[in-house]
Ligand binder design. Sequence first.
Ligand SMILES: NCc1[nH]cc(CCC(=O)O)c1CC(=O)O
Length: 326
Amino acid sequence: MVGAANNEPRTIVVGTRQSALALTQTGQVIDELKRISEKHGFDYHFEIRKIVTKGDRILDVTLSKVGGKGLFVKEIEQALLDGEIDMAVHSMKDMPYELPEGLMNGATPKRVDPRDCLIMKEGTSLDDLREGARVGTSSLRRSSQLKNMRPDLQLDSIRGNIDSRIRKLETEGFDAVVLAAAGLTRMGWQDRISAFIPVDLSIPAVGQGALGIECRREDAGVRELLDLFNDTETSLAVRAERSFLGALNGGCQIPIGAFAVVQKKAEDSFDDAELELTGMVGSPDGEVMLKEIRKGTDPEQLGRDVAAALVARGADRILAEIGDNV
Ligand SMILES: NCc1[nH]cc(CCC(=O)O)c1CC(=O)O
């Protein structure tokens, strides 16, 4: 409880990127927040404000070449700090590790499917891809892991929002494209998924399938509402994954993956819950693939432990080499 007068009428302005996925997930979050608001007697109304980010303006350039973390969130954070918007819904995996002074993640709602999946011209599993098939992804994490499993595949960069990537499957001669199941499901396009890749074969991006809702630290009213939308299990898992990413100083443009699951000790509480975190660092060509699995009860410590175990095996050298080349 942050101590707000929650019966004051208020219009909460929600900032969002204008991609179809961003608009859809923002709409879904607002629907949930309206329900929570009503249930708890808040007199809150919601308004959407679209914001164009640097990442949106350079979608035609290979993002890993442009570099920089948080390409999709900087303008949104500025709007929050300036009070133009009151909250912003992000895909957790696009949220930078460090938030600016004055801002915080107010809620991590329940995660949906964290897996990567294939959308294929034909077939229903990775094994159905012909020898030398051309697969589209611009994620080094995905191409590294796919190359590791199937060195014959030709991985080519594909850019754009998920709708345009699906279109490019047909128009640009790919046999398959790799996307997150979460985005497709949120768009209602789950029927397009040909094959899910299990999380132990394609370790998801940190926070994949989860959302984060950024707000101002001082905004007690918004924080009180967002507290009610937080999912403890997802939040614990994402904290461990993000701590791992932070310890490796990573962004989303390097082959790093992490996935945590929570094992509860008691059915109705998260006291003493144990987390199991898998962390991965690979070389872009998939020849080196380092993975570590550890358990612990402190999410931040667990993230640092898995990162340290990978660094001890040379992960920092792999990451430094990639850093030099982009
Ligand atoms: N980097 C783009 C991005 N950011 C979030 C999602 C959707 C998946 C999610 O919410 O985790 C996607 C598309 C994709 O990776 O296929």
